[in-house]
Design a binder for this molecule. Structure first.
Ligand code: FAD
Length: 650
């Protein structure tokens, strides 16, 4: 695919803009994003005029200002930045690597998983921003390239006019004023820039909590004692250990023998090392090549990296040359990570510390803003150096749980949020919340909450402790397709809620009026099939109509389609793993072509849609009726149209 086509195809779907009067039926993917212009270029490499006196002679000092500073461009930081920007917040995103995505980037290559437990809890794939990214990736990256995933994230970020992205830039200091973060310092030695960045709100999504450490935020590391939070799975005595870091590798099958000679410093491994670590395939390395949870995963990172590389090459030598795996003869390594993938270090302390008990009881919080659901996946800190034990224990989390806002901001720095693996959680709870789809929905919650704090001039704590602020936040999140378990969308500004609904038909329990019930997903049984319906379905071609007693002014319509949550959707993975349960294409049940008719006149015709949420914005119209005609879905042989929600706004 050409780069230009890729950018154009990204424009379809989620935030679709459509302007009647500037040409009739515009297909969704013809609406391209803003191509970076001179102003945008300035946001990619900002300069100061006049030049400021710099504390370092060869570095250019640049003063920048934003509403929200996000440090760290992993899944959490990217989602926080995009969601805030889409709420009108001016964001600076600082990322120390050359690529976005953190552990999911091609530099480390960890695929994004979450509440649906890689398909073991079907029906619970996260919605919202991470779903938008997953769907883009499935359609535009069927080749499962991690580099294309990086590029997708880059494209999404630079396409947001409110985000200034500083890549290869490390945040290293914070200036405080009356206990609040006033300014941070970041440096890019590649471009010889020092950035002094002032912001109203800050979000630490660095994983290691560097920003929070500089600000003096309360944190903790290691594993709590059982008695501290009454967690049955916690240790009797607290310690300083966490999960280790890993280096992944990939290998490829050739049509001829591929010999391998290890470096002299490779570790000698033996059969005894693999009693609990079976080698059954070797295409994408082993997550259990892990070390350093008993050291400092920050300060000892270089030493951990060296030892991990020794093990990687030692294991590959064992696979290739021990004679135990003759089928490896034509396989060769084609990539080895040079950055450690970190799992654990510090966790910041918020007003609530999420615990094992919270997760096991479903996290029924008034201030719920996101969901999690991965197991409490508790690795042995010494990793590969403990061949005598299983590398991890998957402690079950019985149901999808909610995560509270109070775990997403610092308890002692009033303008600091955190997003990602460093949220306020005990070691046990963090072993579940740390997976990247959960980090992503946390990021979306934080970005939206930060936007609300900035607009209303309140602190995160004030937001979390005020019922009407909280309701506003939860409703904003649900409107943006974020799942909060048990919380119903109920937006008084949405005209669709007061409409009379009629439709071309209904299939079983998938009634037409469910498009206005405020729930954006079905509740699934153990196999992923709905036990609680929240979508309308009818045979194709299908229509659904909204009628009002009085005329309404409408300038935005939002539709939420079905994207097959009963399946998994890995981001990204090796082709062999792409199965019928992970479709690298538009999802078959998603509405592809549809028309919106208002007061008898065609307002918009959309084709080739593959996104779950479509937003259509146009000049205001007065109408007493609105009809959606669905003519096609993406799957051949799928005979029905499904819509979860229709919203209409003035
Ligand atoms: C080998 C391995 C396997 C795993 N398996 C899975 C899995 O299968 N699925 C899954 O979803 N999760 C898995 N995890 C866990 C998951 O990858 C992490 O918990 C997750 O990446 C945390 O997300 P984050 O956004 O908080 O941090 P990260 O992904 O680490 O992103 C943080 C980013 O911030 C940057 N940064 C750090 N300091 C600074 C600074 N001072 N200035 C600017 N930028 C900074 C970092 O370089 C990084 O790019 C695994 C982890 C490892 C290591």
């Amino acid at each position: 695919m050409q780069r230009r086509d890729f950018i154009n195809s990204l424009a379809g779907g989620y935030s679709l803009a459509f302007f009647p009067g500037r040409g009739s039926a515009v297909p969704s993917n013809a609406l391209s994003v803003q191509v970076p212009d001179a102003r945008k270029f300035e946001t990619l490499s900002p300069r100061s005029t006049p030049e400021l006196p710099s504390p370092e002679p060869h570095m250019r000092l640049v003063d920048l200002e934003a509403d929200l500073l996000v440090a760290g461009g992993g899944c959490a930081g990217v989602c926080a930045a995009i969601s805030a920007a889409r709420h009108g917040v001016r964001v600076i995103l600082v990322q120390d690597c050359v690529r976005l995505g953190g552990n999911s980037s091609s530099e480390i290559r960890v695929h994004v998983i979450g509440a649906n437990q890689e398909g073991d809890r079907p029906g619970w794939r996260e919605s919202g921003l991470i779903e938008e990214l997953r769907l883009e990736d499935a359609v535009n990256n069927p080749q499962n390239s991690f580099e294309m995933w990086d590029l997708l994230l880059y494209d999404k970020v630079v396409s947001e006019p409110n985000i200034t992205l500083l890549l290869q830039t490390t945040l290293y200091a914070a200036e405080m004023n009356a206990g609040r973060i006033q300014r941070v310092m970041a440096r890019s030695d590649k471009t010889e820039h020092l950035y002094r960045i002032r912001a109203k709100m800050f979000c630490d999504a660095t994983g290691d909590s560097r920003l929070a450490m500089e600000a003096g935020a309360d944190y903790r590391a290691g594993r709590e004692a059982r008695a501290e939070f009454n967690e049955p799975l916690a240790l009797e005595k607290a310690d300083n250990e966490t999960l280790g870091s890993s280096i992944l590798f990939t290998s490829r099958l050739f049509d001829h023998p591929m010999p391998f000679t290890p470096p002299k410093w490779a570790r000698k491994v033996t059969k005894q090392d693999f009693i609990h670590r079976p080698i059954d395939s070797w295409a994408m390395g082993y997550w259990w090549i892990e070390l350093g949870g008993d050291l400092s995963t920050v300060a000892d990172d270089e030493r951990i990296r060296f030892e991990l590389l020794r093990i990687v090459f030692g294991i590959w030598d064992y696979i290739k040359n021990s004679g135990e795996f003759p089928s490896s003869k034509c396989w060769a390594m084609n990539w080895v990570g040079m950055m450690t993938g970190k799992r654990g270090s510090r966790r910041l302390l918020g007003d609530h510390v999420l615990t094992q008990l919270d997760l096991e009881s479903g996290g029924r919080f008034n201030d719920a803003v996101a969901i999690g659901g991965w197991t409490m996946d508790d690795h042995v800190p010494e990793g590969f150096n403990r061949p005598d034990v299983e590398p991890t224990v998957f402690n079950p989390v019985p149901e999808v749980y909610n995560i509270p806002l109070r775990s997403l901001y610092s308890r002692n720095i009033p303008n600091l949020f955190m997003a990602g693996r460093n949220i306020s959680a005990t070691h046990m709870a963090y072993t579940s919340t740390r997976v990247q789809a959960t980090c992503s929905v946390i990021g979306q919650a934080v970005g939206t909450a930060a936007g609300q704090c900035i607009k209303t001039g309140i602190t995160p704590r004030e937001l979390a402790s005020n019922a009407s602020h909280l309701t506003r936040l939860q409703q904003a999140l649900i409107r943006d397709d974020q799942t909060i378990k048990g919380v119903q969308g109920n937006d008084p500004a949405d005209h669709a809620r007061s409409a009379h609904i009629t439709a071309s038909g209904e299939i079983g329990a998938a009634k037409a009026t469910l498009i206005q019930d405020g729930f954006i997903r079905d509740i699934p049984d153990k196999k992923g099939f709905p036990v609680e319906y929240h979508h309308w379905a009818a045979e194709l071609p299908a229509w659904i109509q909204l009628d009002w007693d009085e005329s309404k002014q409408i300038r935005e319509i939002q539709l939420t389609f079905d994207t097959g949550f009963q399946r998994d959707l890995y981001v990204p993975d090796v082709p062999e793993e792409a199965s019928v349960n992970n479709l690298r294409s538009p999802q078959p049940e998603t509405v592809r072509d549809y028309t919106i008719t208002v007061g008898g006149k065609v307002l918009a015709s959309v084709s080739k849609n593959y996104q779950r949420v479509n937003r259509l914005r146009f000049d205001p119209i007065e109408t007493k009726s609105l009809r959606v005609d669905v003519t096609a879905v993406n799957g051949i042989g799928v005979g029905e149209a499904r819509i979860f929600e229709i919203r209409c706004y003035s």
